[in-house]
Every structure is written in C-alpha cells, then in structure tokens.
Design a binder for this molecule. Structure first.
Ligand SMILES: Nc1nc2c(ncn2[C@@H]2O[C@H](COP(=O)(O)OP(=O)(O)O)[C@@H](O)[C@H]2O)c(=O)[nH]1
Ligand SMILES: [Mg+2]
Length: 297
C-alpha cells in the first residue's frame, strides 16, 4: 500500500525542532523533492508560517497538523465519485501516453465493477499495436470481462462503434475503451481520440460518461503537460494517478491538483487487478504522512 509517499517531508517534521527559517527552508526543499512544484511549495510554506503564527503553533508536530489540514482543504474539492451514465451502458474512455498504465488500469476498473455484479465490455481501440489488443484480451479473461476487438490497424472509431453496439445488445452495464498511447505531440492521434468521442456521441447520444486520463506518478511533472494537451483535445472528466506504490514523490498529486483542477477519481497501487482505490482525500493525506514505510534517503 501507500507508504512513505512524503518521507522527506515527514523526516523534516520529525522530532521536536523549533519552528524557524531553517526548518521552513528544509520543509520547502523536501516538498519540492517530493514533486510539489516550486511555486506551490513556496506558497504552502508561506501560508503555513502565517497560520502557525496566528494559531501559536510552536513545534514541528503542530506544524505537521496545520500542513495536513491545508493539503486536505486543497484536495477535498477534487474528490468526486465516478460518473454513471443516464442509460446503460456507462462508458469510460481511457486515455494517456504509452506506458502510463492504461491497459492495466482498465483491468483493475473492470475487475472492480465485475466483482460488484456488473457486465463489463472492454473495447480494444488501441489498434496501432497488435500486442495491445492481445494484452487487453489476457486481462479480460483474467478478470472475467468481455472484449470487443478487431484486426490490428483497424479504424479505432469503427471498433468503438461495433463495441458499443455489442454492449447494447448484451445489455452490458459498463464499457471501458482502451486507446492508443498517442504521443501528445502528434496532432493526428489527438484527432483520432476526438473521433472516438464523436462515435460514442453518435451511438449513445452523449459523450463518454468519464474520459479518464491516466497519469504515471513516477514520471513527475512531465505528466502535467501531457494532461494539458489531452484536455485541450477532449474534455477530461477525471484523472487516475497510477503507480503511486513505490514512489516517495506523492507531492505530484498536489501539483496536479493545483495546476489542473481536474477531479482525481482513482489511484493505482500496483500491478494486480485489486491494486486500485478510489481517491479519498482523508485516506490520501493519512498515507502521505505515513511514517512506517518508504525511504528516508
Ligand atoms: N507498480 C505499478 N505498476 C503499474 C501500475 N499500473 C500499471 N503498471 C505497470 O506499468 C506498465 C505499463 O502498463 P500498461 O497498462 O501496459 O500501460 P499502457 O501503455 O498505458 O497501456 C506495466 O508493466 C504495468 O504492470 C501501478 O499502479 N503500479
Ligand atoms: Mg496499453
């Protein structure tokens, strides 16, 4: 599970250090090392200092409580449940650059809905690489979901069209669309994604109920630019932050929240079908400051 996400920050706050400029400088640096943007780290530390003075907080432990509260207040407005469509099937479109964890995340989401009694159809609209549909196929079998796929190179719009028709005729509750790891600089790939959205609109009379962008927590602030490009092409309704296990840089979530203001809906915690959680602010803040795991270094 999530441990030590903020280990450098908790290290600074450990013990009974008095609050002085040295401590605040160390804290700011630790925040930046945890992938909080420099701007946000500065803002947080300034606000922390003011609040600490106003409330007569005198030691590092008290400071931590104030910081926890500030982070909670920042993230809480972005905690939103996953949407459900007004008519079946609910449609989730999954987007993101290669390797961020799209296909694995689809398996996790499918597994969760399936184990709650839903009929789930995966649509393999990443037709660019043959291996992509094969990978989704393997997951579909493992997590007991249906899959609609076509031959490699097929038009993703056509695959989505057929997949939605199949889901409608099977009375499926949920459709999850896997898309290519379209390089965010390639305009044609963004056009392809827009086309997939239009196909969903044409078949169901509404856009996908969720257009989820998957970001990889371990790639730091690169993900922010990706997110902007995707958000310009299609209306991203939520984020999933994958690979939050095994990073001491949980601050990326704060940076994402600060700069994008897009709801954070899910987090990925490993490579197993069960390694998925809804984003819950309280839980996340507790995990951020968890002291039992992670490296100090
Ligand atoms: N540790 C960890 N690895 C993940 C997570 N999600 C995906 N991965 C791994 O990331 C790699 C790329 O995942 P994949 O789903 O193929 O990415 P895609 O190219 O976006 O479809 C695979 O090795 C996955 O097992 C996660 O939450 N935690
Ligand atoms: Mg994939």
């Amino acid at each position: 599970m999530l441990k030590g996400l903020f280990s450098k920050v908790t290290h600074v706050l450990r013990g009974t250090r008095k609050i002085d400029d040295d401590l605040l400088d160390d804290l700011e640096e630790a925040l930046v090392q945890a992938d909080v943007s420099a701007k946000l780290a500065m803002r947080l530390v300034e606000e922390l200092k003011t609040r600490a003075e106003n409330t007569h907080v005198e030691d590092a432990a008290g400071l931590e409580n104030v910081l926890r509260q500030m982070i909670h207040n920042m993230l809480r407005p972005l905690e939103k449940p996953l949407n459900t469509g007004p008519t079946a099937p609910t449609v989730f479109l999954i987007a993101g650059v290669n390797g961020v964890g799209k296909t694995t995340s689809i398996a996790k989401i499918g597994h969760w809905y399936r184990s709650h009694g839903n009929d789930v159809v995966f649509i393999a609209a990443d037709t660019y690489r043959a291996a992509a549909a094969d990978q989704l196929d393997v997951w579909a079998r493992r997590v007991n979901c249906d899959i609609v796929r076509q031959q490699p190179g097929a038009d993703p719009g056509a695959v989505v069209h057929d997949g939605l028709q199949a889901a409608l005729s099977r009375n499926a509750n949920l459709v999850i669309i896997d898309t290519a790891g379209r390089l965010h600089t390639k305009v044609n790939l963004m056009e392809e994604l827009k086309k997939v959205v239009r196909v969903v609109e044409r078949v169901l009379g509404r856009p996908p109920d969720e257009s989820l962008l998957i970001l990889d927590a371990t790639t730091g602030q690169n993900g922010l630019n990706q997110a902007r490009v995707f958000h310009e092409a299609i209306d991203i309704t939520g984020l999933m932050i994958a690979k939050l296990d095994g990073t001491a840089k949980g601050g990326i979530v704060l940076t994402i929240a600060d700069q994008l203001g897009i709801p954070i809906k899910l987090i990925g915690l490993g490579e197993k079908p069960e390694s998925l959680a809804l984003f819950e602010t309280r839980r996340f803040v507790a995990d951020l400051f968890e002291r039992n795991g992670g490296d100090e270094a």
